[in-house]
Design a protein around this ligand. Structure first.
Ligand code: B12
Ligand code: SF4
Ligand code: SF4
Length: 360
């Protein structure tokens, strides 16, 4: 039996490699110490408006705090990771006052949820076939990229994929942190890999570099302050006190990864889906702010950027203009201040006032 199970593990890892994953490992489904922090994090309100993170079972227990609650049948978690880095500058290296910054994960030709899930399904099929070949009893499996009731990074650590950095991202010693994760929950008990040791040491660069102080303490992020949350998930107006810190970011944020020493020599991805779409690396703010609904749909078809909607993108572009110190934006901001979308209008008024103050 033990040899059969290790055969399945080897088959799964081979399948992950063949599917194009850079890393793969097995974590036990058991509760890890890190998950004890999850209820505190929710209780502190750090999830902001992302109510799906607060999903509970019939007994009121938070689903994501324990797989015993969310998927009591699960015994092991196969964690796969794929590098999405491309040979382009980091947000911290680019300072053109006419342009904004989209975080590197969102440049891709295909939405990463689709690109990763397609590969993960290949691994799931290989796992199921291996188990049939081994004549195991009934097997349950579920594949998730983001959407499952599971804190993927905790299981990635125990699968040996990488450690949880002080910026809360999974970092691999050789690949860095430009990694997407995908998980397969399985009722099969597979031998777990060795957890990745924490290699942050005394470094605190990510905490110091975060412009909105969203990393409250090592390993603790308050989404309400995080530029990624504010520019992607937050609907309506962004709190005024956080707008200056957003700088040139118009979708997501990579600063706490850009400054991480483990990303200094991060290799580029071999997956063609993650090559940037034309115009998305350091895009012109005017282009984004003036984008019509038709153009938005065409440019961002199948892109994660659709999530912020046209309203969010134009709101973010207006705020980035306000932070640019670039007076040339004033006529466009005058126009946007009267926009029929109230959030865009109000953000443009703020941006206009900030620009006037900064250029007096
Ligand atoms: C909600 C969410 C967000 C939120 C909240 C982020 C967060 N840190 O929780 C927002 C919108 C801000 C966000 C941003 C980003 N996200 Co996101 N996000 C998620 C999602 C859907 C859920 C994460 C979650 O459950 N958070 C809950 C909190 C409590 O978990 P946590 O911060 O990871 O905290 C754990 C550890 O820090 C741990 N811990 C460990 N040691 C210690 C020690 C102490 C003392 C304490 C207190 C805690 C602690 O405790 C927590 C678990 O209880 C996951 C997918 C998934 N299903 O897991 C993707 C995911 C985490 N995101 C991802 C990405 C790529 C990003 C961005 C880089 C996108 C971007 N460029 O803008 C940024 C990175 C920002 C950052 N520094 O985390 C990837 C991360 C890949 C990686 N290498 O780690 C994931 C895994 C998606 C995927 N499938 O690939 N994201
Ligand atoms: S993603 Fe940006 S705002 Fe969020 S914690 Fe990292 S540096 Fe701070
Ligand atoms: S910047 Fe330093 S502290 Fe932050 S995640 Fe990277 S190594 Fe860890």
């Amino acid at each position: 039996m033990a040899s059969q199970i290790s055969d399945v593990k080897a088959i799964v890892k081979r399948a992950a490699e063949q599917a194009g994953f850079d890393l793969a490992g097995i974590a036990p489904a058991a509760d890890a110490a890190e998950l004890r922090h999850f209820p505190e994090w929710i209780a502190a309100g750090h999830a902001g408006e992302m109510k799906y993170l607060e999903a509970r079972n019939d007994h009121g227990a938070l689903k994501r705090a324990s797989l015993a609650t969310a998927a009591p049948w699960a015994r092991s978690v196969v964690v796969c990771a794929i590098n999405y880095n491309t040979e382009n500058p980091y947000s911290t290296q680019v300072h053109d006052p006419s342009r904004g910054w989209i975080s590197r994960y969102a440049w891709s030709r295909e939405d990463y949820h689709d690109a990763v899930l397609r590969r993960l399904k290949q691994v799931e099929v290989a796992l199921r076939q291996a188990v049939v070949a081994e004549q195991q009893p009934a097997l349950t499996t579920r594949s998730y990229v983001d959407t499952g009731p599971i804190v993927e990074r905790v299981f990635a650590k125990y699968a040996g994929v990488g450690w949880i950095g002080k910026n809360t991202c999974i970092i691999n010693q050789k690949k860095g942190s430009w990694l997407f994760l995908g998980v397969i929950l399985t009722s099969l008990e597979l031998a777990p890999d060795v957890p990745a040791p924490d290699r942050c040491g005394t470094c605190t660069r990510c905490i110091e570099a975060c412009p909105t102080d969203a990393i409250l303490a090592p390993y603790q992020l308050d989404s309400n302050k995080c530029i990624s949350y504010l520019t992607i998930e937050k609907r309506g107006s962004i709190p005024e006190d956080l707008r200056a810190g957003i700088g040139h970011h118009i979708f997501g944020c990579d600063i706490c990864q850009d400054v991480c020493p483990w990303n200094r020599k991060a290799p580029a991805s071999a997956a063609p889906e993650f090559e940037p779409r034309s115009g998305l690396v350091n895009p012109a703010l005017v282009w984004l702010a003036e984008m019509s609904a038709v153009e938005f749909r065409a440019v961002f078809r199948g892109s994660p950027i659709r999530r912020t909607k046209r309203s969010g993108l134009r709101r973010n572009a207006a705020i980035a203009m306000g932070n640019s110190g670039n007076k040339e934006f004033l006529p466009l901001l005058d126009q946007l201040a009267a926009d029929e979308d109230q959030t865009v209008g109000e953000s443009a008024q703020w941006a206009r006032a900030r620009l006037l103050r900064s250029t007096e």
